[in-house]
Design a protein around this ligand. Structure first.
Ligand code: NCD
Ligand code: ZN
Ligand code: ZN
Length: 346
């Protein structure tokens, strides 16, 4: 990494948690990620979900076709875990270069209805993953309606993470989009088979952002933004230099009219300015020197993939995030649209 007062040059980064959807939506958003990142772990929560190697291969090709000429961007594919995903599919996945399987507790988030109802039903599949070295990526929230929405991650640790780690000690697990102090403490103290992604929005905002001056649906995502004390714990973890924490935007596009709705969809669109948002967060914490490890090294190392070659450069420059971008026939409102950012990708 090289750094002057006004520039920051780092190894090309990767996004280890990205939703690019499909069809016209995919064509609209893939260029945004491709200009910043060398690779991205593509989430499989399409409708219908990506539950077979054949679907993953076809989806990967559609993503590659949407990468603008002259950019090189490699999708890293995952499968969607269901109660019935066969262990044989895991062997085929490993052979085809699929790296991970995503666990959505049924009902926890967008397109999770086909998700897992009871993790014990998937144990044969998890055994195959552990044997083949595929990662398990977890949306870490319980869905028990008696658990307060803001406590769903902390309860998940007790009810799901701890038993899972005991039963599959050598399965590589990523606690996705970590949002709480409890989550940070858990991951920091776990062994080297456990890591976590952290989004830019959970580093930059606390839950007040959803309610400032009225209800602001573009700040609504799952897991929902938490109290300031949790945000501070996340900033501390991301900027600590620990290789257990790495970049995953969870950029999750939804058409503006479905977010500004009586039943607004969960998900923040951050891919347009992802690296700039992280730079903002690290700069505010006085930790720009830790950005490269978090954005470009720790994730690749945990996935067992080579670090990228080549660099990207950010310049200190105040500029305004666009309020809307085209999204097929609809529009997309990037998070922080109309607001200033102080770093810009060269
Ligand atoms: C994601 C989506 O829209 O696909 N939404 C979100 O709020 N994060 C799903 C997810 O990552 O949970
Ligand atoms: Zn999720
Ligand atoms: Zn996600």
């Amino acid at each position: 990494m090289t750094r002057s007062a006004d520039t920051l040059t780092l190894t090309r980064p990767d996004d280890w948690h990205l939703h690019v959807r499909d069809g016209a939506a995919l064509e609209a958003v893939v260029p945004h990620s491709a200009r910043q990142f060398a690779r991205a772990l593509i989430m499989p929560n399409l409708r219908p979900p990506v539950t077979s190697v054949g679907q993953a291969i076809d989806y990967c090709k559609r993503i590659r076709d949407a990468v603008p000429e002259g950019l090189d961007f490699e999708p890293v594919m995952s499968l969607y875990l269901t109660d019935t995903l066969p262990p044989e599919e895991i062997e085929a996945a490993a052979t085809a270069g699929v790296r991970a399987v995503k666990l959505y507790p049924a009902g926890a988030t967008t397109n999770s209805d086909a998700g897992v109802t009871d993790l014990r039903k998937t144990y044969k599949t998890l055994e195959a993953m552990q044997a083949q070295g595929l990662l398990l990526l977890m949306h870490g929230e319980v869905t028990d309606p008696s658990v307060d929405l803001f406590d769903r991650e902390a309860v998940f640790i007790e009810r799901v993470m701890i038993p899972l780690r005991r039963d599959f000690p050598e399965l590589k697990v990523v606690f996705e989009h970590l949002t709480t102090r409890e989550g940070v403490d858990y991951v920091r103290e776990a062994d080297r088979f456990t890591a976590a992604t952290i989004t830019a929005h959970h580093l930059l905002y606390n839950r007040n952002a959803i309610f400032t001056g009225g209800i602001r649906p573009h700040y609504y995502c799952l897991p929902v933004l938490k109290r300031e004390t949790h945000r501070l714990a996340l900033v501390e973890a991301a900027t600590s230099g620990s290789d257990r924490f790495f970049l995953g935007t969870d950029s999750a596009p939804h058409p503006a009219h479905l977010k500004e709705h009586a039943l607004g969809c969960a998900g923040c669109y951050t891919a347009l300015t992802a690296l700039e948002l992280y730079a903002e967060a690290f700069d505010r914490a006085g930790a720009l020197d830790k950005l490269e490890g978090f954005a470009s090294h720790h994730g690749a190392d945990f996935y067992g993939l080579p670090r990228n070659t080549g660099t990207v450069t950010l310049r200190r420059e105040t500029w305004t995030v666009p309020e809307t971008v085209p999204y097929g026939e609809a529009t997309l409102k990037p998070l922080g649209g109309g607001e200033p950012l102080s770093w810009r990708l060269a």
